[in-house]
Design a protein around this ligand. Sequence first.
Ligand code: B3K
Ligand code: ZN
Length: 856
Amino acid sequence: NTTIYLKEYQVPDFLISQVDLEFVLSPDNTRVKSRLKVTRNGAHDRALTLCGEKLTLISVAINDESVAADAYEQTDMSLKLPAVPNEFELVIETEIAPQQNTELSGLYRSSGNYCTQCEAEGFRRITYFLDRPDVLAEYRVRIVAPKAACPVLLSNGNPVAQGDGPDGLHWAQWHDPHPKPSYLFALVAGDLQFIEDQFTTMSGRDVALKIYTQSAYINKCAHAMASLKRSMAWDERVYGREYDLDIYNIVAVDDFNMGAMENKGLNVFNTKYVLADTDTATDADYEAVESVIAHEYFHNWSGNRVTCRDWFQLSLKEGFTVFRDQEYSADLGSRAVKRIQDVQVLRAFQFKEDSGPMAHPIRPDSYQEINNFYTATVYQKGAEVIRMLHRLLGADAFRRGTDLYFADFDGQAVTTEDFVHALERASGVDLTQFRRWYSQAGTPIIKVEQHFGDGVLTLSLQQSCPDTPGQTDKLPFHMPIEVALFSPDGKKLVAQTLSFNQAEQQFRFDNLACKPVVSVLRYFSAPVKLEYKQSNADRLHLIKYEDDGFVRWESMQQLCLAMIQPALTTGELDPRAYQRVRDAFEALMTDPNPSDKAVLAEMLTLPPAAYIAELASRVDPAAISAVRDRCIERLAKDLEKYFHALYADNNTALDTDAQSLAARRMLKNRALFYLVETGQTAYYALASHQYHAASNMTDRLAAFTALVQSHYPDRDALISDFYETWQHEPLVLDKWFAIQAMRPSSEALREVEDLLHHSDFTLTNPNRVRSVLGAFSGNLAGFHRLDGKGYALLVDYVIKLDQINPQIAARLVSSLNSWRRFTEPYASRMRTELARLNMVSQLSSDVREVVSKALS
Ligand code: B3K
Ligand code: ZN
């Protein structure tokens, strides 16, 4: 594998300003004719080298003159034309086989329809090109296909013309007036239905909105359409960004490597993030659709109009766009719950990445396979970095900064430095030190100490950041630390943002009548690990009086961790620590005026096993599961009557708005989970009744999950019933697979082996692979076994999958990355399997990079 370095970036030797593409579609031999307007960039005499992979070259012509085969050099990866004019027209004909494309990168078929995925480097699998994001061109596309099989022909931009041809063929032409990099190219053709709506932009232009999918799914697109219109309005209101074409198309397909893709004017989506109706989608699914629709829409400005110079700058568009979609969702629903959930994702995935062999800054310095760098670090930590900028500058200056950024760089491919500099120029804030967030990897650790005397509180903050591969001795970061002080009777005395930018720093608060309770890192204002020996009394005080839901939840998590962590080594639950959690749960459940029911549901949830593992110095998966399970069981039994009351109180449809109803369902189903954990027949019956009587998938799935992951005696029959009912709904069937694969017990392995042989399992559909192997690899109790058989199974399948879809294979194998952090015999067994994988000679560059870094 070759490594590519940011420091070696060079501007392209040639530019392409116009692209004319003609596709004659056919499953095994699609003809692609590409007519490019090429100009030499600067004074040099270097050859023109185009990228190309898995292409059959048919012909090359320069200025209408055919180029003989001995006048160019062709490799598996490139086409080199040695002596070309300074300005010329290049015509290249190639042939490709979409039907054989199982990597789902480039032009491929999903359920018989044609679609594309070009980010990051898929366009080179369609035609020879300067496939890099700093080459921007205007595209015209003509698609020819059989009218019967492909009545719908779509590409980027606006439709120009269409017509019928001979032999049952028809054609369509599209024009995208906005210059774009090749990664934003898209083509879709097939037998698709659509729903349609329209949006009038703030300047009064009408935009036609269409969502396409296969006919079986067409009645599940209304929520996505409503989400799209809300996103368009939000981006006008909050960022002043207006849509810029006459038409916005979304296509939902079954087979897709990621969630969705922001191709200009033609987003292609995984069905998982478009389809939703109450029968088949949970409340969480509705929220996921809303946020991914928004995310891809927001990319129209943060990504498409202003794009990345090179792939090291990926967080320029992804971190910023995730921040934008997170804020959109926060504005729409409960801000506190959104923040809690986003922090949970960050801790579960990004912190883990940051402490492992693939740790990288949000702007990586190097990569082997760019597909491996669509990471939680680039996306989620990238969003946290933008969030800190937003907080340090304030909303108004931040908006002035983004306005300046969009105005100055419209139509260009730029860097994270350009973004930060625009914010600096607009706000006057010096961000020199802040830039370290872009170059230093690792999760900073902040130690907090407090001292009180003579009416003065001194907060001492210390920061450090662990070494990461290739990076030692890190310099202090600049970060906002949100702090508030509460009086003994619960009044908020002070709330302010501390600008923390040194290794050690003290902050004074004067004129305090008595010792306050300190709340630190409110709103999770920086992506750090806090080491703060707070007293349990203070935690309880904050649970009671904080108005920031994040801190209330976090304080409850800390109380739980104080119960769980010591027990991991002693094997015993400290009775006082347990009693504190028990009493806090009781107090929460008997609070006559719970502020936010969804926050309450989160507060009644123990820290996830993955987070407990992340915090441990050595991970003992068996101990973590055993302790966590014991806590759940005891809480369930001791607080049974409260959970039952909570269930009953919230098992009604009193609220009229969708959000309160969803919060009620969340709380009720949390209670149901504990009730089932008591193991009492009456609660099995209650859950079974809820499963059968449910009017929506949220309630049905919650009951199903609780029962399937418990010792419910009729478990097998329930699993069969669910299958019989939902086998024809792929997205629901994915849940059925995943819930079994996540069974928190050593039984999971045997079940997963069966699921892998199920007639509905396939390695060619990424969602299905994730729902079995992805879910299993995240199952702490089931995957990590003393005999190492979970790891062996995963590696067996990674080897198979690597032949089909290397991107997905590489994602799966990264679940073994953290092997060094595990106790024996787990660590050795994980390493053994990685070593076995590394011995396979025919590995993709994707898997090779992950496995070699994991072992190094
Ligand atoms: N930009 C795409 C990611 C495509 C990744 C391909 N390996 C989705 C998104 O972040 O919106
Ligand atoms: Zn994105």
